[in-house]
Structures are given as C-alpha cells and as structure tokens.
Design a protein around this ligand. Structure first.
Ligand code: NAI
Length: 346
C-alpha cells in the first residue's frame, strides 16, 4: 500500500470508557498525520440504546466495505441478554487470529523487560456458544452444558499464523499451550496438529516447545522471560493474555488485533470499565497501541513505531501517566502530552 493513499477504516468508539479513549487516540493519530479516513459506526450497548440492536447492519456493512476497524470496548450483559458483539464480529468476519503483544513500557516494575506475544485462536474452542441448560424438577437451570469444537483446519490455520508471525518478526521460539492431558480430543487435536506442522514445515526455522496451560500460568509469573511467542486455543488464550497484560502494568497497556482473511479489527484487550466511565481518567494507551498495530498492518510501520516511541517518552521522560500507572494525569492530559511529543519529533 502506498504511504500516501488514504485508508478507509470503520470506527466504533464503543461503550463505557470507549468514547473517551477513542477521542484521545484520534487526536494522536491526527498529530501523526496517519492516513486513516474514518467511518463512524455504533455497536454494543450504545447501539442497543440508539436503535435496539447490539450489532446493526450499517456497522456490518461498513466493515464489509473497509475490511478494517478500530473498535472501543463493547459491553456484554453477563449471564443472559444478547451474545457478545465481539464474538459475533470475530465469527462474521472469520477473524481467526487474535494477536496480543505485551511489552514493558515502564521500566523498574515487578517484571522488567517483558516482550511477549500471545496468539489466540479466535473462532473455535469453548467460545463457540454451543450451550444450553437442562431443566430438572422446576429448576430451569439445573444443568448447564457447553460443547467446545476445535477442527484440524482451524488448528492448522492459527498455528501456521503463529509460526509465520514468529519467523517474520525475528522471534526465537513458539510455545504451544494446551490441556491435552485432560481434554484429549478438544485440545489434543491442537497439540497433535502443532507437532505435525512443526515437523513438516517449520522444524529448521523456529524452536518449538509445548506446555500445559496450568503450568504455563504459573511459569508466566515465576519466569516470564522464558517465553517468546505463545499460541493457544480460545479460552486459554483469553485468560493467559490478561495474565500477560498484568505483567506489563495491567489491561490499560494491552492492545489486540483480530485478524482474518476478510478483515482485521484492532482493539484494546480491556473492557468498557464501567467503574471509571465518564470520569476522564481511563488510560488510553491500549487503544493507542492497537492503532499502532493497525498502522503496521496497513504498511505504515514507520508511523506505528513513531507512536510507540512517543508513548515511551511521554511515560518515561515526561513522566505523564494515568492513575492506573500511579500517575495523576487524566485521559486528555495524557493525550495532550503525547501529541506534543509526536509534534516535537515530527
Ligand atoms: P474491564 O477490562 O472493563 O475492567 C477491569 C478493571 O480494569 C476495572 O477495574 C477497570 O476500571 C480497569 N480498567 C480497564 N481498562 C482500563 C483503562 N483503560 N484504564 C484504566 N483502568 C482500566 O473488565 P470488566 O469490568 O470485566 O468488563 C466490563 C465490560 O466490558 C463487560 O460488559 C465486558 O463484557 C466488556 N468487555 C469488552 C471487551 C471488548 O470489547 N473487547 C473485552 C473485555 C470485556
């Protein structure tokens, strides 16, 4: 893609803190002179309030056209209510790869020099929503059941994505995380496919390692530096990526990309944070780092890197930080300081 060409992107500000961190992100993208042209859409609770639907057709049509979206967090009702819009978007656009990098941004914390990438399968496993209750003796929820599905094709696709990503980005090792000792079919197929694919196609190009998910969770807090790129199934990936985000200062610092053959959607890993929504104190870095990943994705890695460098400098040289990082800055103050950094460097 030529650097000058404008890139149409669907913009979904989202719920809770979504609009606040989105405005902050748009401000710094403008300072960078990023080539994005935004098509604003709504989804989630904001959309239910506006038009009664959590995922309106206009939003879907926009992503079909742009094949690219920057998305704020969307609220999902717990227990009952509508199905997660995030999950629906992943299914609709077959966004099978969830890429979640985590890097230490503020040195001197509990874990220094972290640089990990988690690749999570996004379309299969226990998140497919094949669930139901069995009523017994007047209790409509006497039994809860869920069926997970992993396919050979789905496993191969995500594993190939992880191996290729690791090689392309100069990584040393891919760790396959599973629970094949207990869930011998559901995650056994994932491990079996990983071993085979590595032997057949990647043996000479990248180091392969396997670890059981519970041990992995422990090792991540004991010695996270032993890992490099991790790849795993849907539920384990969701949990481990939050744990990994915790190693680098929490959810406010963790970006994510949902990548498929038909589209890519970039977002923060965190949710809508209803406890701090509207207070102007949310940390916008995760969404900004997601925007940096989107710049890389459209061939503007130069701007993505400028954004990451400016975030590092704002945090560590200017000392401007939001409350979750022990600072006093609000969302807007952080965005203003970052904008000054970007303009000074530009
Ligand atoms: P959450 O990630 O919204 O919040 C967890 C804790 O982290 C809260 O104390 C919150 O204040 C804090 N936090 C999160 N982001 C922050 C930020 N940028 N700056 C400072 N503090 C931050 O998770 P929770 O409370 O479990 O979920 C709230 C809602 O978000 C739910 O409706 C859930 O379904 C939805 N959600 C949406 C996601 C998405 O759209 N990708 C991902 C995760 C949850």
């Amino acid at each position: 893609m030529s650097p000058q060409q404008p890139v149409a992107v669907t913009l979904i500000p989202g719920d809770g803190i979504g609009p606040e961190i989105t405005e902050a992100t748009l401000q710094v993208l403008e300072a960078l002179d990023a080539p994005f042209v935004w098509d604003r859409q709504i989804a989630g609770a904001a959309s239910v309030a506006a038009c009664g639907e959590p995922l309106p057709r206009a939003c879907l049509d926009s992503i079909r056209k742009t094949r690219l979206a920057l998305k704020g967090p969307l609220e999902t009702p717990v227990g009952g209510g509508y199905r997660s819009v995030n999950v629906q978007l992943r299914e609709e656009f077959k966004l099978y790869a969830n890429l979640r990098p985590a890097r230490t941004l503020i040195p001197g914390g509990r874990f220094d020099n972290i640089d990990l990438v988690l690749v999570r399968e996004n379309n299969e496993g226990l998140y497919m929503g094949y669930e139901h209750f069995i009523p017994i003796d007047g209790d409509p929820h006497a039994v809860g059941m869920s069926t997970g599905i992993n396919t050979r094709q789905g496993c191969r696709r995500i594993l190939r994505f992880a191996f290729d990503y690791a090689i392309r980005n100069g990584r040393k090792k891919v760790t396959v995380v599973h629970k094949a000792n207990i869930m011998k079919a559901l995650t056994g197929i994932f491990l079996e496919t990983a071993r085979q694919l590595h032997v057949d196609e990647y043996k000479d190009r990248i180091v392969f390692e396997e670890v059981i998910v519970d041990a992995c969770a422990m090792k991540l807090v004991m010695n996270p530096w032993q890992f490099d790129v991790l790849v795993t199934t849907n539920l384990f990936g969701d949990i481990l990526s939050d744990e990994i985000a915790g190693l680098v200062g929490g959810l406010g610092m963790a970006p994510g990309a949902n990548i498929g053959e038909q589209a890519a959607i970039f977002e923060a890993v965190h949710g809508s944070a209803p406890d701090i929504a509207g207070k102007g104190i949310a940390n916008p870095i995760a969404l900004m780092l997601a925007a940096a990943m989107m710049l890389d994705h459209v061939g503007r890695g130069d701007l993505g890197q400028r954004l990451r460098t400016a975030i590092d400098q704002t945090l560590n040289i200017d000392g401007v930080r939001t409350g979750d990082l022990g600072g006093k800055a609000g969302t807007r103050e952080f965005a203003d300081a970052l904008t000054r950094r970007i303009r000074a460097a530009g």
